[in-house]
Design a protein around this ligand. Structure first.
Ligand SMILES: [Zn+2]
Length: 280
């Protein structure tokens, strides 16, 4: 009797899988945001219970099958995702990724020691970068990012993602944030809900700095702040004030530099607002 039950169970599972795979093949197994470009955030979904691999790593997937992938500034022109179904059969999907052209932006008048750091400054820079890496390493199961992203403040955009920066005449690494000009003391609001993972009053380059995680390794960083209104471990809702604009660190005047990462991949906050729009 037991044997019979197990056997018919296998038959049913086999028929079910056969039907399910056919059914899913007929539809589209994998649904992702269209028009991918460098620096963008990909939002995708698969049927619940499926897995997705990217660059050999399994992605975090929500109970309803949603996942995200960040594309770097110089991401290759092909994104390959492997979908693994409930019977462990794998299918590769490829999507083309549009290249972007980045401008060169000259910035003069930043403190010279931030352009040619001394040996002791170099030590501090290394320590800072460890703190920042640690704050962006976590990848919680939170789905805060699905609530969408709004601008952290209103102000003219004075710097964009990806531009090649030349500071006081010296070419440096690209700029990865979006800069909003604002007066010192203007409030900065959380663009999405999340948890604070770093709240530091004075990092060498970025001055007063906040980092928060929105789930699945998606983080926001807020640079050059004059004041910090949150602390590490604190939960913040979209629209909550988190800090005040300043010009601390390597800055020529008061502005907010908002950056976003997917794990260690730097992505463009303006494209994230396109992929995951908030209600503003
Ligand atoms: Zn900036």
């Amino acid at each position: 009797m037991l044997k019979h039950n197990v056997f018919s169970g296998y038959i049913c599972a086999f028929l079910f899988c056969l039907f399910f795979v056919r059914e899913s093949d007929a539809k589209e197994l994998l649904d992702i945001t269209p028009d991918l470009e460098q620096g963008g955030l990909v939002r995708g979904s698969v049927p619940p219970g499926y897995q997705v691999k990217y660059a050999g790593q399994s992605l975090q997937i929500s109970p309803d099958g949603t996942f995200i992938v960040g594309l770097g500034r110089d991401a290759p022109n092909l994104l390959v995702l492997t979908v693994i179904n409930s019977v462990h059969s794998k299918t590769d999907y490829s999507f083309s990724v549009k290249s972007r052209e980045y401008k060169v932006q000259s910035v003069t008048g930043v403190p010279q020691r931030t352009v040619n750091p001394s040996d002791s400054d170099a030590l501090r820079i290394r320590q800072d970068s460890r703190l920042v890496k640690e704050a962006r390493r976590g990848s919680s199961g939170s789905l805060d990012f699905l609530g969408g992203f709004i601008k952290p403040l209103e102000g003219p955009i004075t710097g964009v993602y990806g531009s090649q920066r030349v500071y006081n005449g010296v070419p440096k690494s690209p700029h990865y944030g979006v800069d909003y000009a604002a007066l010192t003391g203007a409030l900065v609001f959380a663009p999405a809900s999340g948890e604070i993972t770093l709240a530091h009053p004075d990092l060498f380059y970025s001055g007063g700095t906040i980092i928060m995680e929105h789930g699945f390794g998606l983080t926001s960083s807020f640079l050059h702040l004059s004041e910090i209104l949150v602390s590490v471990g604190q939960r913040v809702e979209q629209g909550d004030p988190i800090g005040k604009v300043g010009s601390t660190g390597r800055a020529t005047g008061p502005h907010l530099d908002w950056r976003m990462n997917w794990l260690n991949v730097r992505i463009d906050p303006q494209l994230v607002m396109d992929t995951l729009p908030g209600t503003q």
